[in-house]
Design a protein around this ligand. Structure first.
Ligand code: NDP
Length: 317
């Protein structure tokens, strides 16, 4: 059998209780630094395999990784579909956690909270290093679940005076405003939301640019989180070429990011190199962090969830 005798399933509600940003942030910073170390820092992470399901406008991705420092082995299976309805998320994921000493499956976890929280936490780490001193306005383009997790951690970590949000449909953006626990200004256009913002987050399923360099305040920091296919864009060439470009993974960005591949923009550094101090954070310039999401982020997040789940269950018994 390839399964542990007591295979456990950990669902979204329980994961949301077990996973805390203050514990997740240092774990992710360490994983990013390890990934960007010479020789890979004990991280094994092949490029994501993605199967197009063209008939249904969807993709299935498989993301395995191993962290030697955490002794954690996982595979995430993620599906993302272009939706016509604005009431469902485009994404769903499942994380499989294996016992590293023998490869036996130990736990199956719902991947939604893990993905939403680790993605927002990595953008927050990028922003911590790449932001300028004054942070007045945060702009979020997109209003799905990953936008909500970004709102949560960004308003906890940084002293923004105003948060603006834009989405294509009024219905979606109003639902966002009802979901988040705090004030938000709904904008009628992306341009209105972006002008004068100190930090901009793009987190949409757009396939064409929705953020244009001419709108972005010089010195602002942009976290580009959507557009995970080689022919999809969220940012225009003007922004890509006139800013300093940071990525989570050079290999990932050069293979998967339409914003990087089609603009031919030069990658300055991986975020992990900034965390390690081997590449500088050029905060005074306009900076873009292109996030594609890495399997190792899911690995260390899932391990943290499992460790907290074990502690909770030992206390019960
Ligand atoms: P949702 O599908 O729930 O939300 C999508 C948002 O994008 C909505 O605001 C929607 O607007 C908008 N949108 C959809 N299609 C378009 C379009 N063609 N042009 C402009 N806006 C559009 O997505 P999630 O919140 O689950 O994910 C958001 C993005 O984050 C996705 O691109 C996903 O791939 C990416 N992602 C990235 C990760 C990473 O690690 N970098 C991890 C997880 C997700 P409306 O409904 O109003 O039309």
């Amino acid at each position: 059998m390839g399964m542990a005798e007591e295979l456990v399933y950990i669902g979204s509600r329980e994961i949301a209780q077990l996973l805390q940003y203050w514990e997740l942030l240092p774990v992710l910073e360490r994983a990013l630094a390890n990934f960007s170390s010479a020789g890979g820092g004990g991280v094994q992470q092949p490029l994501r395999s993605t199967v197009p399901v063209a008939k249904h406008n969807g993709f299935l991705g498989v993301m395995p990784a191993y962290s030697a420092e955490d002794d954690a082995l996982t595979t995430k299976i993620v599906r993302f579909y272009q939706r016509s309805s604005s009431t469902t998320s485009s994404h769903h994921a499942t994380v499989l956690l294996f016992e590293p000493s023998n490869g036996i499956l130990k736990a199956v976890m719902d991947g939604a909270v893990i993905t939403d929280m680790r993605t927002a936490a990595v953008s927050a780490i990028a922003t911590k290093y790449l932001k300028r001193k004054n942070l007045d306005v945060l702009c979020i383009l997109g209003a799905g679940p990953v936008a909500v997790s970004h709102y949560e951690i960004f308003t906890q970590m940084f002293p923004f005076k105003q948060v603006r949000v834009w989405s294509r449909t009024r219905e979606r953006v109003e639902r966002f405003a009802e979901t988040v626990k705090g004030p938000v200004q709904i904008c009628a256009s992306a341009k209105e939301a972006v002008l004068d913002a100190d930090v901009v987050i793009t987190v949409t399923m757009a396939m064409e640019p929705i953020l244009f360099g001419e709108w972005v305040k010089p010195g602002a920091h942009v976290n580009a989180v959507g557009a995970c296919r080689p022919d999809w864009r969220e940012l225009d060439d003007g922004l890509m070429k006139n800013s300093v470009l940071y990525v989570d993974s050079r290999v990932g960005a050069m293979n998967e990011s339409g914003d990087v591949i089609l603009s031919k923009a030069e990658i300055f550094a991986e975020l992990g190199e900034v965390v390690k101090g081997t590449k500088p954070a050029l905060c005074e310039k306009t900076t873009v962090f292109k996030s594609l999401g890495m399997a190792i982020e899911d690995t260390v997040t899932a391990k943290l969830v499992y460790d907290r789940w074990e502690v909770k269950n030992k206390q019960k018994s």
